[in-house]
Design a protein around this ligand. Structure first.
Ligand SMILES: Nc1nc2c(ncn2[C@@H]2O[C@H](COP(=O)(O)OP(=O)(O)OP(=O)(O)O)[C@@H](O)[C@H]2O)c(=O)[nH]1
Ligand SMILES: [Mg+2]
Length: 717
């Protein structure tokens, strides 16, 4: 049986926008309007098709990307409803990658925010058209004009309203369609029915005419041909507007603005009509260039359902009783149930058994999905987000999605005794489902550290881990990788001597210990006979100088002394943290003809270094991170105040539209919980990225606290 929809009849639409803007409710209204469901669910009742996971219902926010679809006027609308909250922006990025049009929901009473800004930049990157939609327009807060000004200022001057809501006595009365200049009134019983109600009300007529002129001018500016027509005739014909609008949308020269009240199902069907009539199908957008047999720049995939199937997995979700569900888009040929393919990245043979289309948790078996369509498959063996499946011998790799890097970390500890292997396996599965969540074993602290896009992100994942595997774990601040160093130098000696029973131990070393800096030479009194620059795995160097004269210590014992020093460097002397950038000059010592051996000299080296280091005014160094914080200007005061309470240093300020960017340096030790704090300071609008910058001396009072709580290992003499 052939596929139900051909490529030209498919519209892949991502719903984007800030958390709470109304995406999920809009999706719900679309499904209802199309007859996919027979009642409108609501986010409050936890009854939407899209937010079906328990944690989504509990929090009344989407946390995972959902794939929905509806049949509308002979077309298939694939609707991708992702989370708008900044912590889950990874899923939004996945969704944008496989979408051909973005519908950006804007809650007029709340403005835009990080979710919308990120989605906008993802759409820019993917070069897909963006339609804006004012949501919740049946509430009296929906100030279209102010929001339009704001959106034009913030995103683009080419935002043009195509639906203009009309209010009477503060209640929504109807909408003017700017393309057809028809005034429609809607039944507000949720049925989505609307009727042509004749003349445009007088009070908005002039404004609507102006908007239509604006539309025509924007289109004329988008192409030379239309510009000439416009000059000759003073306007454009309906046909020219239609073709011009389609082309300008694709070229991102125009961004239409719609208006909906999803809860009342008003304005939803005109938006769906527009998606079908004007927005691109998978055949209209450029095909991705794929990597194939080392061809430089890649090969452009043919945009056709003929030929071998090429599937790109953009999201995986583990579902109770189902196993792993992999969502894919068909980037080449068509795919039927029971196709044998291979994972082009890791070579695993994968059988695509039953393919499905989904509406939230509901799956429907599909026989075949064509080029450009989106579907799901269960129980692939070793295929994850960003993998391409292709027939054996015809492997290609679709460019992978580049996810934002983590901005927050936490150490995971088990509450009681339990199965560590289970925790580790669970956390790795979570990473496969969500590549913006990472887990690793810190080699220095031996802690299991998780990182992600915010504390809420980590909390949601840890909660999921507990629910799925029944393991109780909690998060705490990870151990900060402080470093010890010195500012002064000293000389000291140490004799290690033991005579118990049989063979004794004897080694004596005399050392100079000082800070290492390549610009400071070895003090001139030492006669350098050999030197080594040891790169330390935790950063910095050990400059170990052999300045032994007259064979005071035999050459074979010298490496043992260095080994002893290195042991101490790894362990730390002052507060139990690794030591960086020191110079040790071994300039004298003594041996015993019988009792001297490597072990004795290693111990002598270790103890001598420890004594010397303690004489050199040790210091603690802390990691400092560069933050780039973006938030609306209104929140600057709170953000700055909070930064200064974290010992942050402001390095610069900048503005990007109505968003302020702050560059700051903050010690890592003060950053635990920062993402959540920033979100709460900015009502979820603030976001940041981070990069390690450098190490810096810890201020005295802070240092005292760290040293006090240090747990130094006892070392044997
Ligand atoms: N009055 C009114 N409320 C709406 C409308 N659309 C959404 N809401 C409400 O706004 C809130 C947020 O709506 P959602 O649909 O969950 O928003 P979202 O964009 O999916 O949010 P995230 O999933 O967190 O990104 C819910 O309480 C909805 O009931 C609308 O048209 N009118
Ligand atoms: Mg949602």
């Amino acid at each position: 049986m052939a596929a139900e929809f051909e490529s030209g009849a498919i519209r892949n639409v991502v719903l984007a926008g800030h958390g709470g803007a109304g995406k999920t409710t809009l999706a719900e209204a679309m499904l209802f309007a199309a007859g996919e469901t027979n009642r409108m669910g609501s986010v409050e009742d936890g009854s939407t098709v899209s937010d079906y996971h328990k944690d989504e219902i509990d929090r009344q926010h989407s946390l995972v990307l959902s794939m929905l679809h509806a049949k509308w006027k002979g077309h298939k609308l694939n609707i991708l409803d992702g989370p708008g909250y900044p912590d889950f922006i990874g899923d939004m990025k996945s969704a944008v990658r496989v979408a051909d049009t973005m519908v950006m929901a804007v809650d007029a009473s709340a403005g835009v925010g990080f979710g919308a800004d990120s989605a906008w930049s993802f759409a820019e990157e993917s070069r897909i058209p963006v339609l804006f939609t004012l949501t919740k327009v049946a509430t009296e807060h929906a100030h279209l004009e102010e929001t339009l000004d704001y959106l034009r200022e913030h995103f683009s001057r080419d935002i043009v309203p195509l639906e203009y809501p009309v209010y009477k006595d503060k209640a929504l009365a109807g909408m003017v369609n700017i393309l057809s200049m028809q005034y429609m009134t809607f039944s507000i019983d949720g049925s989505g029915k609307h009727t042509d109600s004749g003349d445009i009300p007088d009070e908005v007529k002039a404004r609507c005419l102006e908007l239509r002129e604006g539309l025509v001018e924007t289109l004329a500016e988008s192409s030379e041909e239309l510009m000439n027509e416009f000059f000759e005739n003073g306007t454009l014909t309906d046909e020219q507007i239609k073709t011009g609008l389609k082309a300008a949308l694709l070229q991102r020269r125009i961004f239409p603005l719609f208006a909906v009240s999803s809860t009342k199902n008003v304005g939803v069907t005109p938006l769906m009509d527009f998606l079908v009539e004007y927005c691109p199908s998978p055949l209209d957008l450029p095909a991705p260039h794929v990597a194939k047999d080392g061809v430089e720049g890649g090969v452009e995939l043919p945009k056709t359902s003929d030929g071998s199937p090429i599937l790109f997995v953009f999201k995986t979700v583990s579902e109770h009783h189902v196993g792993e569900l992999s969502f894919f888009r068909v980037y080449g040929g068509k795919v039927a149930s029971g196709t044998d393919l291979v994972n082009a990245q890791n070579g695993t043979a994968e059988r695509v058994n039953q393919i499905y289309t989904t509406n939230g948790s509901k799956r429907k078996e599909a026989t075949e999905l064509v080029f450009g369509d989106i579907g799901a498959v269960v129980k692939l063996k070793n295929t994850h987000t960003n993998n391409t499946l292709a027939p054996k011998g015809k492997e290609v790799v679709i460019p992978t999605i580049i996810f934002p890097g983590p901005i927050t970390d936490a150490a995971v500890v088990m509450k009681g005794k339990g199965d560590e292997a289970k925790v580790s396996e669970g956390l790795h599965t979570m990473h496969e489902e969500d590549p913006t969540f990472n887990v690793y074993q810190d080699p220095e602290s031996h802690e299991t550290v998780v990182s992600g896009l915010g504390e809420m992100h980590l909390e949601v994942i840890i909660k999921r881990l507990q629910d799925r595997y029944g393991i109780e774990v909690e998060m705490k601040p990870p151990r900060i990788p402080y470093r010890e160093t010195i500012r002064k130098s000293a000389t000291t000696s140490y004799r290690h001597k033991k005579q118990t029973g049989g063979a004794g131990q004897f080694g004596e070393v005399h050392c100079f210990v000082g800070p290492y800096d390549e610009n400071i030479p070895v003090p001139s009194q030492y006669n350098v006979r050999g030197e080594e620059f040891e790169e330390l795995s935790w950063g910095g160097k050990l400059h170990f100088v052999n300045a032994i004269v007259g064979g005071a210590i035999e050459a074979r014992f010298i490496p043992a002394v260095k080994k002893g020093v290195l042991e101490m460097l790894g362990r730390g002397v002052y507060a139990g943290y690794p030591i960086t950038n020191v110079r040790v000059v071994l300039y004298d010592g003594k041996m015993h003809p019988v009792d001297s051996n490597e072990n004795a000299f290693k111990t002598a080296g270790r103890m001598c270094f420890r004594e010397g280091f303690n004489m050199c005014n040790p210091k603690l160094m802390e990691p400092i991170w560069d933050l780039e914080i973006a938030a609306p200007a209104d929140y600057m005061g709170e953000i700055m105040g909070d930064l200064s309470s974290r010992r942050g240093r402001i390095m610069g300020m900048d503005a990007k539209g109505s968003t302020q960017i702050i560059k700051a340096q903050v010690p890592l030790g003060e950053l635990y919980g920062y993402a959540a704090r920033l979100r709460s300071l900015t009502q979820g609008r603030g976001s940041y990225t981070r990069n390690f910058s450098h190490y810096e001396e810890v201020p005295g009072d802070v240092e005292q606290k760290i040293v006090k709580s240090a747990e130094l290992e006892e070392i044997e003499d």
